[in-house]
Design a protein. Structure first.
Length: 470
């Protein structure tokens, strides 16, 4: 057995020491349901929690079936129930499930509905395609949107899968699962988007709907679209007969429905990869996949699992392949992006410019949230600025960034411009644990054959595996 891997180095931990204790672990999955659960009887137990999660799925499977389907869901359920407030309102549990189901069905319809956008041409699914783990079907670095569909975004589109496990953003995160030691400060962690600037799916959904380079809509336009939509009747049934008379109430209900849809377990966090089957003893990994897993976990080689967690948590819940930490890895500047034509412009992640609350705090500059690697082979664009388009390139970057920096950064007059997308005063924020502990002349972290093995392993993280598949 591999021993459980620590999350960040002592150095990183020390840098973040002395902060406030973590706020309560607030799961995104719980957010949309929490208000509903406030009204429900709040009964305890994992099965009940799983019932709620299953209720959110809106699938044909009954809540009872789902509750026995997998331990992992039960584990999610436990977390869900932990935050659920006790009874308050008059809704019965059955009513709560019914409402969640209605919102899930509506949220799904809206997710695919381009009429919500200012251009009438763009839906959430335009950028978050279900066939690509809710990332774009095209291989553009960043997507085009806006009223004329020609405005370029500045960040690559992340997957929407496995976001239920992202904790609320905290500057100082203490994970009780971290070798049982809650005093370990893992540093800034969690929140949605690459910079962790919102905690709830509903607050997140507001961003693309209103962004002038994405869906370029407004609460008024969204409400008008819902009034004219085939689902207007169902919308009234779910949110009250008068809801459509009020633009803001309609907009809020749209956001909440999208958030609820994003929490459908069978769509967004099914845990059906070959690696999940392997963890539960139902599949064996091929030799190359196993070698890749070892390289991925090896603290002196890839050390990937120190951030992209690969083992079950203590409560038995499956690994998310991210600890959701915000980390600076020094991704090269993407000179193809319009925003980067201005040499003074830098996307500094947690310290701005998209995120504004930490703008004056230098220690947050260059930090982006560690993405899950589940389904990563379905992606066509990698890293926050979309600078790479193949996993092989990403792995070469990890393997050779420090031994052969000239392969990744511009060379000007014979000198490598390393970390060209992060002003020098923020380089102290860069992670220096393996695989980022090398220097020119050292052995690269992986050779070409090892890169192939790690790629073979990453291939086992794609959902939808079944015995008989490779
Ligand atoms: C034009 C492309 C585009 C459209 C349309 C779009 N998104 Fe996104 N989405 C993005 C990008 C880019 C990000 C990363 C944003 C950032 O980091 O600032 C993102 C991030 C997200 C995230 C956070 C993911 C994470 O890893 O934390 C969620 C959730 C999400 N989008 C949901 C939606 C929903 C719901 C809609 C429709 C209302 C939508 N998106 C429409 C491009 C898009
Ligand atoms: C210190 C934490 C850390 C370690 C160690 C680490 N990663 Fe990452 N990984 C990140 C962060 C943060 C990002 C996003 C960086 C960005 O876009 O600025 C990322 C992004 C990625 C991506 C791109 C995913 C996407 O959706 O764009 C891949 C693939 C990846 N890592 C694989 C690996 C592999 C393989 C290893 C081991 C060789 C590894 N990582 C080690 C933190 C880490």
């Amino acid at each position: 057995m591999l021993r459980r891997l620590t999350r960040r180095s002592a150095r990183t931990q020390a840098r973040w020491q002395g902060g406030a204790r973590r706020p309560g672990r607030l799961f995104v999955v719980a957010a949309a349901l929490s208000s509903l659960l406030m009204a429900c009887d709040g009964g305890a137990g994992s099965a009940a929690g799983a019932d709620v999660a299953a209720g959110a799925s809106g699938s044909a499977a009954s809540a009872r079936d789902a509750s026995v389907q997998s331990n992992s869901r039960a584990a999610q359920g436990v977390k869900l129930m932990k935050i659920a407030a006790p009874a308050q309102g008059g809704q019965t549990r059955a009513e709560v499930y019914a409402q969640v189901r209605r919102m899930t069905v509506l949220g799904k319809q809206m997710f695919f509905d381009p009429s919500l956008s200012g251009s009438g041409k763009m839906s959430c699914a335009s950028c978050h395609s279900p066939d690509h783990a809710f990332t774009p079907a095209n291989a553009l670095d960043v997507q085009l949107g806006g009223a004329d569909m020609h405005r370029q975004g500045m960040r690559a589109v992340p997957t929407l899968k496995y976001l239920q496990a992202v904790p609320a953003f905290a500057e100082h995160y203490h994970d009780s699962d971290d070798e049982g030691d809650e005093s370990v400060d893992a540093g800034p962690t969690g929140g949605l988007t690459w910079d962790g600037r919102v905690d709830r799916g509903s607050d997140q959904a507001r961003i693309p709907l209103l962004s002038n380079f994405e869906m370029a809509s407004s609460p008024k336009k969204v409400a008008a679209a819902v009034r004219a939509a085939p689902y207007a009747g169902a919308f009234r049934e779910a949110f009250g007969a008068d809801v459509l008379n009020d633009d803001d109430a309609t907009f809020k209900a749209v956001l909440k429905s999208l958030e609820t849809f994003e929490q459908s377990p069978e769509v967004f966090y099914p845990y059906t990869s070959k690696y999940d089957a392997y963890l539960s003893g139902k599949a064996t990994l091929a030799a190359a996949e196993l070698r890749g897993l070892q390289l991925f976990n090896d603290e002196k080689k890839g050390n990937c699992a120190s951030c992209h967690i690969s083992q079950r948590a203590k409560d038995g819940s499956p690994p998310q392949f991210s600890d959701f930490g915000l980390i600076a890895v020094g991704v090269p500047r993407n000179r193809a992006l319009a925003v980067n034509r201005d040499p003074r412009f830098y996307d500094l992640g947690a310290c701005g410019p998209e995120r504004t609350d930490l703008g004056h705090r230098a220690e947050f500059c260059g930090l982006f949230r560690t993405p899950t690697l589940r389904n990563v082979v379905l992606k066509k664009t990698f890293f926050h600025n979309g600078v790479y388009h193949s996993l092989e390139d990403v792995l070469r970057f990890y393997a050779r960034r420090d031994t052969n920096p000239e392969e990744f950064y511009p060379v000007v007059k014979g000198k490598v411009q390393k970390f060209d997308d992060l002003p020098r005063r923020y380089w102290v924020n860069l992670n220096t644990d393996p695989p980022f502990d090398r220097k020119p002349g050292d052995e690269p972290v992986f050779n070409d054959a090892e890169i192939k093995d790690v790629m073979a392993f990453l291939d086992t993280l794609t959902d939808g595996w079944h015995p008989g598949a490779h």
